[in-house]
Design a binder for this molecule. Structure first.
Ligand code: BDR
Length: 313
C-alpha cells in the first residue's frame, strides 16, 4: 500500500476522504493533521476523531494545525457542511490528539520517511496553511514527500468567486508559498481542482443502501450524503475531497496535464485564483523572475467519474 498522510479540515467531503483512506487496502494512512478551513480547527479535530472512530481506524497520530490563514480572515463554509462542519453529525470521541503541533508531527513522520527511503504521499483536502508553514520551516523534509496531491484551485471558473476555489481562496498566501516550495524543492504536485471535483457523484438511493449496512462507516457515509443533499436541496452530491484519495488508490482514473501554475495573492477580484498557463507554445512565455516564477503542476483535467464513485462506494 501507498503510505499517505492527510491534511484535512473535516468537512463532509473530507470525512468521505478519511473513511476511504482508512478502509482502502491500497492506502496506508500514517497520520492525519487538521487545519482551520471548513470550520474552526478544534471542531475540525473533533470531527476528524469521530470520523476515524466510525471508520474503525486504529491509533493514528493526529495533529492540530494552523487555526487560521497566514494573512486573511477565515471564510465560512457552513452552508455546505452545516454549523458543526459535519452536517450535524459530529459526536464526542476519546481519541488521543498528539501533543506535538501538526508541523512537528509532519516533520517527524517525513524525516523518518527520508531516513527509511520510503517517501510518503501528502494528501491535502484543506487550505494549505500548515503545509506552507512546514515547508518554510523544514525544507529538509522534502525528500520524504513522494508527491503532494491537493484538492484546490481551478483552471476555469471558481466556486467562491468567479475564478477562485474555496481552499485556495481561504489562504492564497499559503497556496503560493506551498507551490513555490514545491518548485524549489522538487516536490511533484497534483492539483485536484474544480474541473474534476464536482464530477464524481453519489445519490440518495446509494445513501439509503449505505445506511442499511451494519458497518458504522457505511451508516455515517449514508447519513452524510443525505445531510448534504438536504443542505443543498439536491438528489446527488459529489464525493469531492475523496477524489484525491481515489487518485492515489487508482491513479489511472485521473487524467492530468502538466502546466505552469501561479496563485494570485493580490487583493483584487481575482485573489485566490490559480492561474494555469495552458498555452501550447512555450515560445511566448516570458521567463518570470524569483517569486513570480510558476510551478509545474499536474493539473487534473478529467476523472473516471463512474469508476471513482464505484471505487469509493
Ligand atoms: C473545497 O472546499 C471545501 O468546502 C470542501 O471540503 C473542498 O475541500 C471545495 O472547494
Amino acid at each position: 500500500p501507498t503510505p499517505v498522510i492527510m491534511d484535512v479540515d473535516t468537512g463532509i467531503d473530507d470525512a468521505f476522504a478519511l473513511m476511504f483512506a482508512v478502509r482502502h487496502p491500497a492506502i496506508d494512512l500514517r497520520a492525519v493533521t487538521c487545519v482551520g478551513g471548513n470550520t474552526g480547527v478544534d471542531q475540525v479535530l473533533a470531527n476528524t476523531c469521530y470520523v476515524l472512530d466510525a471508520a474503525g481506524a486504529g491509533e493514528i497520530p493526529l495533529g492540530r494545525g494552523a487555526p487560521q490563514p497566514l494573512l486573511a480572515a477565515p471564510a465560512d463554509a457552513g452552508r455546505f457542511h452545516g454549523s458543526d462542519g459535519l452536517g450535524g453529525f459530529s459526536r464526542q470521541s476519546d481519541r488521543r490528539i498528539d501533543r506535538r503541533s501538526a508541523v512537528d508531527l509532519l516533520r517527524h513522520e517525513l524525516s523518518s520517511a527520508v531516513a527509511t527511503g520510503e517517501p510518503i504521499t501528502l494528501v491535502a483536502t484543506a487550505p494549505l496553511t500548515t503545509i506552507a508553514l512546514l515547508l518554510r520551516a523544514h525544507p529538509e523534509v522534502a525528500g520524504g514527500i513522494e508527491r503532494l496531491v491537493f484538492m484546490g484551485g481551478a483552471a476555469g471558473p471558481g466556486n467562491v468567486t468567479a475564478v477562485a476555489e474555496h481552499n485556495v481562496f481561504h489562504d492564497p498566501e499559503a497556496a503560493a508559498i506551498t507551490l513555490a516550495a514545491a518548485r524549489d524543492l522538487d516536490i511533484p504536485v497534483t492539483m485536484y481542482g474544480l474541473e474534476v471535483f464536482g464530477q464524481v457523484l453519489v445519490d440518495r438511493e446509494q445513501a439509503a443502501r449505505l445506511r442499511s449496512h451494519l458497518d458504522p462507516a457505511c451508516q455515517l457515509a449514508g447519513a452524510l450524503i443525505d445531510a448534504r443533499c438536504t443542505l443543498l436541496d439536491v438528489d446527488a452530491i459529489t464525493i469531492g475531497d475523496a477524489g484525491t484519495v481515489c487518485a492515489v488508490a487508482d491513479p489511472d482514473g485521473l487524467t492530468t496535464h502538466r502546466h505552469p501554475v501561479r496563485v494570485d495573492t493580490g487583493f483584487g477580484y481575482s485573489r485566490g485564483q490559480t492561474i494555469v498557463d495552458r498555452r501550447e507554445s512555450t515560445v511566448d512565455r516570458v521567463r518570470l523572475p524569483g517569486f513570480l516564477a510558476p510551478t509545474e503542476v499536474d493539473v487534473a483535467e478529467h476523472v473516471d467519474a463512474r469508476g471513482y464513485a464505484d471505487l469509493w462506494l
